[in-house]
Design a protein around this ligand. Structure first.
Ligand code: DX5
Ligand code: ZN
Length: 219
């Protein structure tokens, strides 16, 4: 089997908010592949983070793609704002829209990559009919809302199943795993089929930031 390059998407939810430009500049000089931006509205999830004006103001400090994870409902009416603010990949949760296909189209019309995020309790069936239209599936390995939660290994069989379907259909859709990733579970996540690891706490709370990024992608 060819050893694939595992991508790492550090979540700036765990960065120092008082120095976001500096955090993004150090990510530019690291082995990170993109920047995961967790947008929460205090309604779809019980936490509130940042919106388009903040993303727009920090965008110029980063050379990496912005992997924007929208945990907001309703979502569709705000997509253009995030696209204009500098998102490159826009992911949403199926529960936040009445029409998944239409939301995908809105993102595509903005010429952005499309991601769909599925919660630990959400079935794969929710996304299978649209799998060939999406660039990335986020498998949530925590219930969304907060950084620093414990990884839920029970989502791994769902991810293996998705990997199998993507391979069988020869799709280019990538699988990102998000929540509680650390040095003890990254290997299991990769073996179950992850292409991209999101990590907040493990990267930003470590004493050597880039060593942690490299270590995560090398399992
Ligand atoms: C959870 C967010 C995650 C989170 C990851 O709702 O979607 O992206 O920031 O942080 P850690 O790696 O600390 O679980
Ligand atoms: Zn996230």
């Amino acid at each position: 089997m060819v050893h694939k390059k595992i991508k790492v998407s550090p979540s700036i939810l765990s960065a120092d908010f008082s120095k976001l430009s500096w955090e993004l500049e150090r990510l530019n000089h690291s082995d990170a592949d993109m920047v995961h931006v967790d947008v929460m509205d205090g309604h779809f999830v019980p936490n509130l983070t940042f919106g388009p004006p903040l993303i727009k103001s920090i965008r110029k400090y980063s050379k990496l793609p912005f992997d924007v994870h929208l945990m907001i409902s309703p979502v569709e009416i705000y997509i253009k704002n995030y696209a204009d603010a500098g998102a490159d990949i826009i992911s949403f949760h199926p529960e936040a829209t009445h029409n998944i296909e239409k939301t995908i189209k809105v993102i595509k019309d903005c010429k952005k990559k499309v991601g769909v995020a599925i919660n630990p309790k959400t079935s794969l069936n929710t996304i299978l009919p649209v799998l060939n239209q999406i660039d990335q599936v986020i498998i949530m390995s925590v219930n969304p809302g907060f950084a620093g939660q414990k990884f839920m290994p029970e989502v791994l069989p769902k991810m293996s199943e998705l990997r199998k379907i993507i391979n069988e259909k020869k799709l280019k859709t990538e699988i990102e795993i998000d929540g509680g990733i650390d040095f003890d579970n990254a290997r299991d996540a990769i073996q179950a089929g992850a292409d991209i690891l999101v990590s907040g706490t493990t990267i930003f709370n470590s004493s050597n930031f880039n060593d942690s990024i490299k270590k995560l992608s090398s399992f």
